[in-house]
Design a protein around this ligand. Structure first.
Ligand code: SF4
Length: 349
């Protein structure tokens, strides 16, 4: 009879990343050690720094917060951890998931900062959807959330945001950018640390962790998380890519890591990925143009422009280097790992 890969116990699961059989205690330990290996190999943290963890109450960010808190103690990383949660103002969705964030905050005893779109931008997502209708919601939401997360980190005195994007999210994003022929964005989404030009950097400690293993971990650890999908999520293109990837993964589980590594191997000639950074003249956020994308979207909303014109105005730059970059089909979040929890459509992180 098969035994756990690490002890004589009867296995309860097969680890998605390695295909090894494991008992629950050995799996939980393997998962944490695997994340620790990613953190040390990619050198994404420095001793003594403040790190804001983007949390939504969804499974990825919940597991991230718990794992980082455990590893920070076990290996004495010397990090000061904060939880930052963004309330988009989506009734029946975010209000419920924020309850899970509060439970996790109480378990982990980490400082929590919650910022709302209403306070930051004057609009809730429910109000935006009522104004613009059912299309392009994630374009607004993703641009606003990315900037809101940075602002939340700033309020904590942190210059680094850790997000729960996992290997499946990264592989989907690599494939989507490849299919769109957007090689510059493909490279940006494949780096270990992104967004450094704007002052706040982003890291993904789960970039080599498989989504199934994240789900197993949340389940066996009995963590509190919210798993309902946002009602505004259209998700058509990412959904297609995800289903395709899942079909290949059934035949070859290694495909996820192989795509992630392929993305990391892409080198873009400098001229194709210009990085022009300045400050938005309205809100002082890092931008590639006079007005950052959030301010352009807001000004269109506030003056009652048509949705088509508002969204078009955010896509004028040939290659956007705005750290709040909207994508051609959705928000800048890329899966549910950025404190969104919505698994929506995007091609950038
Ligand atoms: Fe926002 Fe995500 Fe909902 Fe889109 S699916 S509106 S990005 S919370």
């Amino acid at each position: 009879m098969a035994t756990c890969y690490a002890c004589p116990a009867t296995p309860s699961i097969k680890i998605a990343k390695t295909s090894d059989p494991a008992c629950v205690p050995c799996f939980l330990n393997w998962f944490e050690e695997d994340v620790h290996a990613t953190i040390t190999a990619t050198k994404i943290f420095s001793r003594g720094e403040k790190v804001a963890i983007g949390v939504s109450g969804g499974k990825d960010s919940t597991v991230l917060a718990h794992t980082l808190a455990i590893l920070n103690q076990r290996y004495d990383y010397g990090l000061e951890l904060f939880l930052v949660c963004i309330d988009e103002g989506i009734a029946g969705y975010r209000d419920h998931s924020i309850r899970e964030v509060h439970k996790n905050q109480s378990d982990l005893q980490l400082p929590l900062k919650i910022l709302s779109y209403k306070d930051l931008y004057g609009w809730t997502m429910d109000e935006i959807v009522a104004r613009i209708g059912p299309k392009n919601n994630c374009t607004f939401c993703g641009v606003f959330r990315r900037q809101a997360l940075d602002r939340g980190a700033e309020k904590c005195g942190a210059f680094k945001v850790a997000t729960g994007h996992n290997a499946d999210d990264v592989a989907e994003t690599v494939l989507m950018n490849l299919l769109r022929g957007d090689i510059a964005r493909l490279q940006r989404s494949s780096t270990q640390v992104s967004g450094s030009e704007g002052g706040i950097t982003r890291v993904k400690p789960f970039r080599y962790s498989y989504q199934k293993d994240v789900v197993f971990y949340a389940h066996f650890k009995k963590l509190n998380y919210f798993s309902v999908e946002c009602s505004y999520s259209p998700n058509a293109y990412r959904g297609l890519v995800r289903n395709h990837l899942k079909a290949i993964e059934r035949v070859s589980p290694r495909v996820i890591m192989e795509i992630v590594r392929s993305g990391e191997a892409v080198v873009v000639p400098q001229s194709e990925a210009p990085l022009i950074r300045r400050k938005c003249i309205q809100c002082n956020y890092t931008s590639s143009q006079e007005l950052c994308q959030a301010c352009r979207l807001l000004s269109g909303l506030n003056i009652g422009e048509s949705t088509h014109d508002i969204v078009k105005s955010t896509k004028k730059a040939p290659v956007s280097t705005d750290s709040s970059a909207a994508t051609s089909n959705g928000c800048g979040s890329g899966g549910g790992g950025d404190g969104c929890g919505c698994n929506n459509n995007s091609v950038d992180f």
